[in-house]
Structure formats: C-alpha cells, structure tokens
Write a protein that binds this ligand. Structure first.
Ligand code: 5AD
Length: 355
C-alpha cells in the first residue's frame, strides 16, 4: 500500500523536475494515484501554473458560428447525421456583432468555433478574419473549425488568425477510426503538424471517458500533446448526447479529468489550459476545481443567446450564467473566490512573439 503511494510521489516529483515521463509511468499514475498523491499532484500543478502565469486566468470570448457539420463523430450531438437538431449558421454580421459586444466588455481573444461547415470557405473566413483584425487590432483571433487543407490553414494564418484549436480526440488509432466513421487518424495528425509548421499557437486535446478508451490510451494522449509541444490543451469529460449511440453511456469522471489536467500542466508548464465547458457541465464547481488543478483559461460563451441551445455537443452543456460573456461579473467573482485574478489581455503563450 505504502510503496504504491511512494512510487506515485516519486513519479510526480520526477515529472515536476524533468517535465516528462514514459507512457508506462503515466499509466501507473493514472491507475494507482489515491488521495495523498492526488493532492500532492494538484498542489504541484497549481504551483507550476503560478510560477509561469501567476494567478491570472485568461478569458476568451467563444462564438459558436455554425452547427452544420459534415463529420459523423459518434459521440457528438451536432454530427451531420443527427436529423433532430435545429441547424443554424451565423452571418458575417452576426459574428462581428458578437465580437463587438465582447470587445466592449473587455475581451481580447475571440474564438470562432463551429462544425465543419462547407459554407465557411477560405474567402468567407479570410474576409471575416481581416475585418476582426482591422476593427479589433489588439485582439487575438482563434479558430476552431475542424480539418482543412494546409493551403487553407496557410491562407487563414496569413489573413491574421493567431491560434487554432483542433483536438486530436484520441491517439488510439483503432478507437479513433471507430468513433469517427468518415474521418482519418493520419489526416487529423497531419492537420495538427501543418498548423504547427504554419506558426499558429496550436491547441490539441481529448475527451476523458469515451466508451472504449483505456488508461493506456490516455497516457498516449498526454505523450502526444507533449511531443507536439501544443501551446494549448483542451481536456474535458466525455458527456453523452441523447441522439447518439452513446446516449446510455456514463459521463467521463471529474476526478480523472482533473488528474489529466494536472499531469498536462507538469508535462507542459507553459501551456494554456482551459477549464472547459464540459468540466463545468459535469459538476457545479468543475471550473473552479479545474483552475486549482492547473488550468488558466476560461472561455465564456459570446454566441447570440438564441442559438446557444442548438450548439448541443452533449446533454447538459451549460451556456448561461457565469458560462456566458454577459455573466462575466459573476464569473470574475468566482475566479476571485477560487484564489485567482481575471486577465482580459490577449493572453498569448509564454513563448509567443506577436508577429
Ligand atoms: N462530450 C464531451 N465533449 C465532446 N465534444 C464533442 N462531443 C462531445 C461529447 N459528447 C468535444 C470534442 C470536440 C470539442 C469541440 O467538443 O472533443 O473536439
């Protein structure tokens, strides 16, 4: 019993010093950590984020631009095969108006997120990005619009996009192919490598507790974000959606998600790590627990309130109150109560030089 705790503490110390472990060692931690070593890991992760970013929590305004999607991801409520959701696509004007509202509230990062919607051509997006950079020159533009060609990513980067979020979802090739029937594991990997080479700040990440996922898989997910040297890492629990084949599956565990977030903080001390919406949806205090486990980003919802319910990736997704941009005062108070400070600046990665 004691030797297991000691072994976990020893691994955490080594991770804290060297920022690396083997897959087997990470897996050992995922399988054997208990109260004492879990608390120890949480404290180390919080100390690391404080050393790099102090007590700042960066806020990003999230605009969910479209829920049309050509992909068939089996866990996702807005997958293109779901006939039961109301599809919407924001116009250029609606997107700009959402960002303007956010800008006036102080947000200096806009995240445009959506399904893979062919209506968002390079022409449409480059115009939108140029307008955002012109109207809000001190704000960063982050895109999260799925897989595109390298040439497309290059054009969007040239138009002024700074960051791109594309979760790798899982590094288990077989599991990836099973839950993404019309996607390709190698193409996803290539997209992430292209984004890195093109000079984006890149966000990878994964869900915790997808049906069929093992702890060995999760260890590989961590090694991948380390190898990619991702600037941002999005990790949230899997949550069932009632229109998917996973509707009766249990949600991913809060404790496991927090553990993976803390390990990520120690593997990549400088990473920008959001306390995700899924984390806030799985538990009332999910966001606060995420901050204490090493997260340093929160992305309140800036979408027009009328479309929020339609961006239904999973059941119980929160999008109002302190999850929403208009609930910013409440959110800031929660951040303060948790022992941190809101930071509304662009909040670039610690190594980033504005180009
Ligand atoms: N549960 C949790 N996260 C989900 N996502 C999609 N569907 C779900 C779900 N059912 C996540 C994916 C995607 C991100 C936008 O949302 O990881 O990359």
């Amino acid at each position: 019993m004691h030797t297991k705790i000691n072994r976990c503490i020893e691994l955490i110390d080594r991770l804290d010093e060297s920022h690396t472990l083997t897959g087997e060692e990470i897996q050992y931690l995922l399988e054997h950590v208990e109260e004492t070593s879990r608390d120890y890991l949480t404290l180390k992760a919080d100390a690391t984020r404080r050393r790099i970013y102090g007590d700042r929590v960066f806020l990003r305004g999230l605009v969910e631009v479209s829920n049309f999607c050509i992909r068939h991801c089996q866990y996702c409520g807005i997958n293109g095969l779901n006939p039961n959701i109301r599809r919407y696509r924001l116009s250029q004007e609606e997107i700009l108006a959402s960002c303007r509202g956010g800008y006036e509230m102080g947000f200096r990062t806009f995240v445009l997120q959506g399904g893979e919607d062919p209506a968002f051509t390079d022409e449409v997006l480059t115009e939108l990005i140029r307008t955002l950079r012109r109207d809000f020159p001190d704000a960063a533009v982050t895109l999260s619009l799925g897989e595109r060609s390298r040439e497309s990513y290059r054009r969007l980067r040239e138009a002024g996009a700074d960051r791109y979020l594309l979760r790798h979802e899982t590094r288990n090739r077989d599991l990836y192919q099973k839950i993404h029937p019309n996607s390709d594991f190698d193409e996803r990997t290539q997209c992430l490598r292209d984004l890195k080479e093109l000079g984006y700040q890149v966000g990878a990440g994964f869900m915790v507790g997808i049906p069929g996922q093992t702890r060995a898989d999760l260890a590989q997910d961590l090694l991948f974000v380390k190898e990619l040297d991702a600037e941002m890492v999005g990790i949230g629990p899997f949550m069932p959606h009632h229109d998917t084949i996973f509707k009766a599956e249990p949600a991913g565990s809060l404790a496991d998600t927090l553990l993976l977030l803390s390990l990520t903080r120690l593997l990549l001390p400088q990473a920008l790590i959001p306390a995700t919406t899924a984390l806030a949806s799985v538990a009332d205090d999910g966001r606060e627990l995420g901050l204490k486990a090493g997260c340093n980003v929160i992305m309140p919802n800036l979408s027009p309130p009328g479309v929020r319910a339609s961006y239904s990736l999973y059941d119980g997704k929160v999008s109002f109150g302190s999850e929403a941009a208009e609930g910013k005062t409440l959110l800031e108070q929660k951040i303060k109560d948790a022992g941190y400070q809101t930071d509304l600046s662009r909040g670039d990665h610690a190594t980033w030089k504005i180009k």
